[in-house]
Design a protein around this ligand. Structure first.
Ligand code: DGL
Length: 275
């Protein structure tokens, strides 16, 4: 029996749209319900406990929106609530897929030197979730974590290539260049939008692994294994933000293109966000 319920996707803002886009490419028959928690984002500077509470609420909201599976399209949320590896730290009403393990598995297979860089938000890097996941998947890899807090704001401001961005990227990646990593995990779903400058600064010999694409492939496998695939899309994709709808729509149109159907602002989320 095909399952035509939507896939739920959430992030602190527009970054998770990189995952949404990868899902739309691989699964054109599926419908998405996307929640960008822009009123409370960015999550990176917040405590893991605080983010864990948001994840709990967002998964419950998406389950009420009839999601058959939820993708935590945010490394910070995954680090807070789904790692280390022993499943969600809350009672999930639907299966939840995170973004950390799929990227680690791919990086572990791809690296030639065993020296892997990971860039992410302050909270993700402080959680040491990537080191933990590598410890379980590829214990011999040497991991070089680097927090790059400014990158999320650049993306949320729609800045992806200007000279200020380039200068900051050079500065933040200097330790990873010095460490001679040959593989870099983009450990924040906002970062694939900066791929142009990141690969310009690192050069062609460093392989960039986007958690967005790896996660989309993981979702395809899970839908097939759990017999949850839809046979055709019924209805429009839905994009919801807890914050300013116009701001979200503008950025989302830029990053996702015309596939964006409508952006609603859910009033209860505004109330939650300001409490
Ligand atoms: N895109 C998110 C991540 O993957 C969150 C960034 C943030 O909210 O700070 O970590």
């Amino acid at each position: 029996m095909p399952d035509r319920r939507p896939i739920g996707v959430f992030d602190s803002g527009v970054g998770g749209l990189t995952v949404a886009r990868a899902l739309l490419d691989l699964l054109p028959d599926e419908r998405l319900v996307y929640f960008g928690d822009t009123a409370r984002g960015p999550y990176g500077p917040r405590s893991l406990d605080e983010v864990r509470g948001y994840v709990d609420e967002l998964v419950a909201w998406l389950a009420r929106a009839d999601a058959k599976l939820v993708v935590a399209a945010c490394n910070t949320a995954t680090a807070a609530a789904l790692e280390p590896g022993d499943g969600p730290s809350f009672d999930a009403p639907v299966p939840v897929v995170g973004v950390i393990r799929p990227a680690v598995a791919t990086a572990a297979r791809a690296t030639r030197s065993g020296r892997v860089g990971v860039i992410g938000t302050a909270a993700t890097i402080a959680s040491r979730s990537y080191e933990h996941a590598f410890g379980e998947i590829a214990a011999d890899a040497e991991v070089f974590p680097q927090a790059c807090p400014a990158f999320v704001s650049f993306v949320e401001e729609g800045r992806t290539t200007d000279p200020g961005v380039l200068a900051r990227v050079r500065e933040e990646l200097a330790p990873l260049i010095a460490a001679e990593v040959d593989t870099l995990i983009l450990g924040c779903t906002h970062y694939p939008l900066l791929t142009g400058v990141l690969s310009y600064v690192l050069g062609p010999d460093v392989l960039l692994i986007s958690s967005a694409e790896e996660t989309a492939r993981r979702v395809v496998s899970q839908l097939i294994d759990d017999d949850l695939l839809a046979d055709r899309r019924v209805g429009d994709h839905r994009f919801v933000t807890s914050g300013d709808a116009d701001g979200f729509r503008g950025l989302a149109m830029r990053f996702l293109g015309p596939r964006l159907a409508a952006v609603d602002v859910e009033q209860p989320w505004r109330e939650l966000a300001s409490s």
